[in-house]
Design a protein around this ligand. Structure first.
Ligand SMILES: Cc1cc2nc3c(=O)[nH]c(=O)nc-3n(C[C@H](O)[C@H](O)[C@H](O)COP(=O)(O)OP(=O)(O)OC[C@H]3O[C@@H](n4cnc5c(N)ncnc54)[C@H](O)[C@@H]3O)c2cc1C
Length: 563
């Protein structure tokens, strides 16, 4: 095993949307050395790997930032950071324009304005959005990209980040990286719960299966404060293909209908979570399966849908072709996915200040890993990366080296080396990696509100989940990797278990039910503002996950970490 050491000013962990754009923003300061480390290849990694067909967050000239904040706040039943929403909204349009300059095709209406799809969405031909961003990063002279390297842990001292530890996914190399500041851009967490599809197709899920919550886990272990994990995201998707339904709803005005053909959309509310909940209720009450009504939309509209899905979820197009029936001939069956933790859609993630600094000094967060501002999506991840990069430059200007930090980093590197080599040591494997993954997903599904338990949970169930997940964690050292790819899989399970433990604490602490399905606490099914109007945050202290309730932050505040 070779060890490579790297010294850089700024380390960006994750070369997805936020990571790539963060590199572009930071590279404008030509004195900075920037390193992007990506576990896949930035050309096709993360949420944008397969492409997208819309920019979901754009403020057209006839709308205001306040309207966007109000809309998002309502959808989340007020549990948002208005300061974060307002500042991210200010950056949406610049991000979209930048993508267009880089070569992204944004569709236009007859007047030459961006073609809108719904209130905030812009239509794009986005199959190649990620290669476009990757090419722009590759052209930056002061940015180095390390592809196929997984970051496993942060190194830190006295609540200040000093760098990170990682390993090659396809080469036998350990990386010991020292950095003055770190941008966490690893996306959200998929694969915590048993997914819709079993066996060979189990990784055919809505969220990128390779975003396994590494950033959350690293932050949790380093003592960073996390927020609102209990606002899980469950996507309402086309059955089996798990392709987005928004394309049909916004593109051809399809409505949610039950098996009797009755429209139930609106009956349970119109918030994002209500759509999942409504579909579930109709099914539980014997009126399933449920569909999005497309029958009769006409051949031209059905062909447009086929093209739109080729931009991001080709399996849906293939399903229509394979069935020999397109959307104009048959309604599209829908279902809810398993829950994810995704700060780009809901408010879960790192607790950051308005400048996107986490509570660990020198550690910043952007995109799906950053909490507090739901519905920010592609342009939001970019806008947040820009804000974080500006804060990082300020942080570096004020930074002075501490004595003893080299020694502290070396000590941690040694411990992490030992742990990693333990998985590669020759020993009799008692359990397979898949066994642990299955067990974790089954526990979460059964006791912590997965698909199998209709997204509902109780305090006793959460306690059982905690006990079982902790026992599962104890089995981790018995796992054996025969190559670096298996080593990656072990670390991916390890980080998901860390995320599960924090998630369970959040779910238990939110003693109210308002985001139906996203959080369905059977012991507290009522709405109750006294328990609701606060952020549920957590922090790992002395081995215990401590809950911190915080007051809501308003849009005109500049929030700074004080305690
Ligand atoms: C299927 C799908 C469809 C979507 N459609 C749209 C849409 O149409 N319009 C829209 O605006 N938004 C859409 N979104 C949302 C949007 O794509 C995301 O919010 C945004 O891309 C998130 O950016 P990010 O940088 O936080 O995460 P990502 O872009 O996913 O980047 C995270 C990166 O971190 C890497 N990584 C993870 N762990 C490690 C580690 N330990 N070490 C190194 N690297 C690591 C990953 O490989 C990945 O490249 C969609 C999301 C999904 C999942």
């Amino acid at each position: 095993m070779e060890t490579r050491r790297i010294d850089t000013d700024i380390l960006i962990i994750g070369g997805g949307t936020a990571g790539c754009y963060g590199a572009m923003c930071l590279a404008q300061d030509e004195n900075l050395r920037i390193l992007v480390v990506e576990k896949a290849n930035i050309k096709r990694s993360g949420c944008l790997a397969a492409g997208v067909n819309a920019i979901n967050s754009y403020i057209p000239s006839y709308r205001t930032y306040d309207e966007y904040v109000d809309y998002t706040r309502n959808d989340a039943c007020k549990i948002v950071r208005e300061d974060l929403l307002y500042t991210v909204a200010q950056g949406f349009n610049d991000a979209a324009h930048h993508l267009e300059k880089l070569g992204l095709v944004i569709q236009k209406d007859a007047e030459g304005n961006y073609a809108m799809r719904g209130r905030w969405n812009v239509k794009i031909n986005g199959e190649n959005i990620k290669p476009i961003m990757a090419k722009a990063v590759a052209e930056l002279e002061n940015v180095t990209v390390l592809n196929h390297v997984n970051i496993a842990d942060l190194v830190y001292r006295d609540n200040r980040v000093l760098g990170a530890y990682g390993f090659g996914v396809s080469e036998d190399v350990i990386y010991k990286i020292r950095a003055k500041a770190v941008l966490m851009a690893t996306g959200g967490a998929a694969g915590l719960y048993r997914p819709n599809n079993p066996g060979f197709s189990r990784h055919k899920m809505w969220y990128s299966p390779f975003n396994t919550g590494a950033g959350f886990a690293m932050g949790i272990k380093a003592g960073a404060e996390m927020t609102t994990f209990e606002m899980r995201f469950i996507a309402l998707r086309c059955k089996d293909t798990i392709a987005p339904t928004g394309t049909i709803a916004l593109g051809v005005g399809g409505k949610e209908i039950n098996a009797m053909g009755k429209v139930y959309e609106g009956k349970y509310g119109l918030k994002t979570c209500d759509r999942v909940y409504g579909t579930l209720r109709e099914t539980l009450e014997g009126r399933g399966p449920c569909y999005i009504n497309t029958k009769g939309i006409g051949k031209a509209a059905a062909d447009d849908l086929k093209k739109a899905y080729l931009n991001m979820a080709p399996s849906q197009t293939l399903k229509w072709i394979e069935a020999g029936k397109d959307a104009s001939e048959a309604d599209v069956e829908i279902e809810g996915t398993e829950p994810y933790i995704v700060g780009g859609h809901t408010a879960s993630g790192f607790w950051v200040d308005t400048g996107r600094a986490t509570t660990v000094k020198g550690l910043f967060a952007a995109g799906d890993v950053a909490g507090g501002s739901p519905k920010k999506y592609v342009t939001g991840a970019m806008a947040e990366a820009k804000i974080a990069s500006e804060s990082m430059v300020e942080y570096l200007a004020a930074l002075s080296a501490d004595e003893g930090e080299d020694e502290a980093a070396e000590r941690q590197f040694d411990t992490l080396d030992e742990e990693l080599r333990g998985f590669l040591a020759e020993k009799l494997p008692l359990y397979g990696i898949d066994d642990i993954e299955d067990a974790m997903q089954k526990i979460m599904d059964t006791y912590a509100g997965g698909i199998g338990s209709n997204y509902q949970y109780s305090e006793k169930g959460l306690e059982a989940a905690k006990y079982k997940i902790e026992n599962l964690e104890k089995l981790m050292p018995a796992l054996v990797a025969k190559d670096m790819h298996e080593l990656l899989q072990i670390y991916e399970i390890r980080e998901r278990i860390t995320v599960c433990k924090t998630l369970l604490v959040h779910m238990g602490a939110r003693q109210e039910t308002r985001w139906h399905s996203f959080g369905e606490n059977q012991d507290h099914p009522q709405a109750d503002d006294r328990h609701w109007l606060k952020y549920v945050n957590t922090k790992l202290q002395d081995g215990e996950i401590r809950v911190i309730f915080r007051d809501l932050v308003k849009r005109d505040e500049y929030y700074e970490h004080t305690d």
